[in-house]
Design a protein around this ligand. Structure first.
Ligand code: ADP
Length: 628
């Protein structure tokens, strides 16, 4: 026998193991769910490989999972005749390479003490250490000759060795996981207890699961504990809510309740069955670029892949579940899926159906839809600019914060409450609701009772830039271009006011000169009621928030474009400055104040002052002068 090779656990894995070993978590039974789930995945993978390499299944054609309990030696063994692992698989899957969810799981488990979430983060295997002092994995990869043994006591290292004793597995392939159960966890050495756990979590697993006490005579026709039927093939009225949930938990690697369950068979040109779920909480990796699609593709009940990006657009990536096609060939390769017309048709139908289902839910249960929107609205909004065809349908179900109320509203609801004279849909973008709602640019709209959509997701800057209208109404930024508030007619200026406006022209000329490096233009506007000034973008410029995001990601060719400084001609400070501008001796003071006004506008826009040192100096000078 070759010498055992010692390997160190990756640091995060070590931390995770400590958490498992020391856990006082009460629902340790979830380790059964995790190991059975892995065994079932391993069988699914083999079944797929065997569609092109039949030989792999031949000598042992019935896929199964067996759990054996040895009370005398405190052992629980879980055996599958699935795909198995070779040395390389063992090293990378069980110990040395951190999975993307490890750190996140450690953080959440430390905070919530809820270890049942473990499977969600792709580290379920290690849950075995909640109940076992030692773990031994005996495994042989299908089609390969070598048998490998992985061993660990959950401390900082583990060993891998090759073994000549091929009889350690009853099959020529698969994995056997042997757990030495600790004194405190003896309850898991009870056959009835294990069977109960399997019924609770794993009834939907489509591979038969058998439980046996070691030493018991092999039954001729043992009975599986689970029903071992692909759940989606059963009629809807024969499936309980709990069975759906269990299936969702397994297939979606989510441990909440599904927010929406969608189970149907499409029959027509192409035939397929869908059993899909939308989670009620946000998956931890929703924004992780490396995350894989969690929709599993099956062909005639054989698992093909859970990595088929062609099956759903990224903006529906929160969907979990199964699509089972009757039309694709069983031996389809992942490459062949790429431009496959059947996959394309399924995708189109799936998108249409999902959006329709969401629309119905919006109409039927607003409060619940709002919860969904809080979780996945920003993801759906990616579709508004990615999926030109579905843009309008997505806009119809989108909900928005707004300046007139604290409730979320749809665009249709926005339009319904528009004044007759208001032609456009107004919005403002920014990095948070609280910052935006206090932005001076909103004042003129608020004072006239005109509603403005408050868009505070980064994605909003993108879709608004490529969406000029909805239902024939322009979608217009209120921080870009000249405001049209005076045309909205609620407050028309009289002749006297117009004359007063004229009297600030010398001030405008002066400010243009003093701020020429900082702003593109200076002008008056009706946007402001309380504040003296604000900054807006030129009509032809990019949305300021979009510019900011692109700059943060180093994707802005030119620098940030210069803004336009707008003055509130009715503000007492501006009136005073207008008067001062006629007196040459005050020009120095006006310059200081101009810079202060400009810089504080930057701050209100969520920016840093352009020249903090100068800003701070001028601020101190001005304060000092005011208390003299
Ligand atoms: P996950 O199953 O979510 O990927 P785990 O920590 O449970 O995370 O398992 C890690 C990996 O180890 C699996 O992805 C799989 O590649 C491998 N693995 C675990 N159990 C088995 C098994 N019984 N047969 C084959 N491979 C397995």
């Amino acid at each position: 026998m070759a010498k055992a090779e010692k390997l160190e656990f990756q640091t995060e894995v070590s931390q995770l193991l400590k958490l498992m070993i020391n856990s006082v978590y009460s629902e340790k039974e979830v380790f059964v769910r995790e190991l059975v789930s892995n065994a079932s995945d391993a069988c699914d993978k083999l079944r797929y490989l065997a569609t092109t390499k039949e030989k792999l299944l031949q000598s042992d054609p019935d896929l199964k999972i067996k759990i054996e309990i040895n009370k005398k030696d405190n052992l629980v063994t879980i055996v599958d005749n699935g795909i198995g692992m070779n040395k390389k698989d063992l090293v990378s899957n069980l110990g040395t390479i951190a999975r993307s969810g490890t750190a996140q799981f450690i953080k959440e488990a430390t905070e919530t003490k809820d270890l049942s979430l473990i499977g969600q983060f792709g580290v379920g295997f290690y849950s075995a250490f909640m109940v076992a002092s030692d773990l031994k994995v005996v495994t042989r990869k299908a089609g390969e000759s070598k048998l490998w043994i992985w061993k660990s006591d959950g401390e900082s290292n583990f060993t891998i060795e090759e073994s000549d004793d091929l009889d350690q597995l009853n099959s020529n392939r698969g994995t056997k996981i042997i757990l030495t159960i600790t004194k405190e966890n003896k309850e898991f050495l009870d056959k009835i207890r294990i069977e109960e756990i399997i019924r609770k979590y794993s009834d939907h697993i489509s591979i038969p699961i058998f439980v046996q006490n070691s030493g018991d005579k092999e039954e001729e026709k043992p009975e599986a504990i689970n029903s071992a039927l692909a759940l989606w093939t059963r009629p809807k009225n024969k499936i309980t809510k709990d069975q759906y949930k269990e299936f969702y938990n397994h297939v979606g690697q989510m441990f909440d309740d599904p927010w929406m369950t969608s189970h149907y068979k499409a029959e027509g040109q192409i035939e397929y069955t869908v059993l899909n779920f939308i989670p009620s909480t946000k998956p931890f990796d929703l924004y992780d670029p490396a995350r894989e699609n969690r929709l599993k593709l099956y062909v005639k009940k054989v698992f093909i892949t859970d990595n088929c990006p062609e099956l759903i657009p990224p903006y529906l990536r929160f969907l979990r579940g199964v699509i089972d096609s009757e039309d694709l060939p069983l031996n389809i390769s992942r490459e062949m899926l790429q431009n496959n017309p059947v996959v394309k048709k399924i995708r189109n139908a799936l998108v249409k159906r999902t959006i329709n289902d969401l629309k119905k839910k919006l109409a039927a249960d607003r409060a619940s839809f709002e919860q969904f929107w809080v979780n996945f609205g920003p993801v759906i909004k990616e579709g508004i600019y990615e999926d030109f065809e579905k843009k309008d349908n997505l806009l119809e179900i989108a909900l928005f914060k707004n300046s007139n109320s604290t409730k979320l509203i749809t665009l249709d609801e926005y339009i319904e409450t528009m004044d007759k004279k208001q032609m456009d849909i107004y919005f403002i973008t920014g990095d948070s609701y609280d910052n935006i709602i206090n932005n001076p640019s909103l004042e003129g709209y608020k004072s006239r009772g005109i509603n403005v959509l408050i868009l505070d997701d980064p994605v909003d800057s993108f879709w608004t830039s490529s969406t000029p209208s909805f239902n024939e109404k322009n979608i217009k930024s209120i921080t870009k271009g000249i405001d049209d508030l005076d045309n909205l007619g609620k407050k028309k200026k009289d002749e006297k006011e117009k004359k007063e406006d004229k009297s600030i022209e010398p001030l405008i000329v002066l400010l243009k000169e003093k701020l020429k490096d900082k702003v593109k233009d200076v002008r008056t506007s009706s946007r402001l009621t309380e504040s003296p000034v604000c900054l807006v973008a030129d009509e032809s410029s990019m949305d300021p928030q979009l510019e900011k995001i692109l700059q943060q990601h180093n994707q802005l060719q030119q620098g940030i474009s210069l803004k336009i400084l707008e003055l509130n001609p009715d503000h007492k400070l501006i009136k005073k400055l207008a008067k001062m501008s006629k007196d040459k001796s005050s020009i120095g003071d006006i310059e200081n104040i101009a810079i202060l006004l400009y810089e504080q506008s930057m701050i209100l826009d969520g920016e840093k002052p352009s020249d903090p040192v100068n800003f701070s100096k001028k601020l101190i000078d001005t304060i000092s002068a005011s208390i003299n």
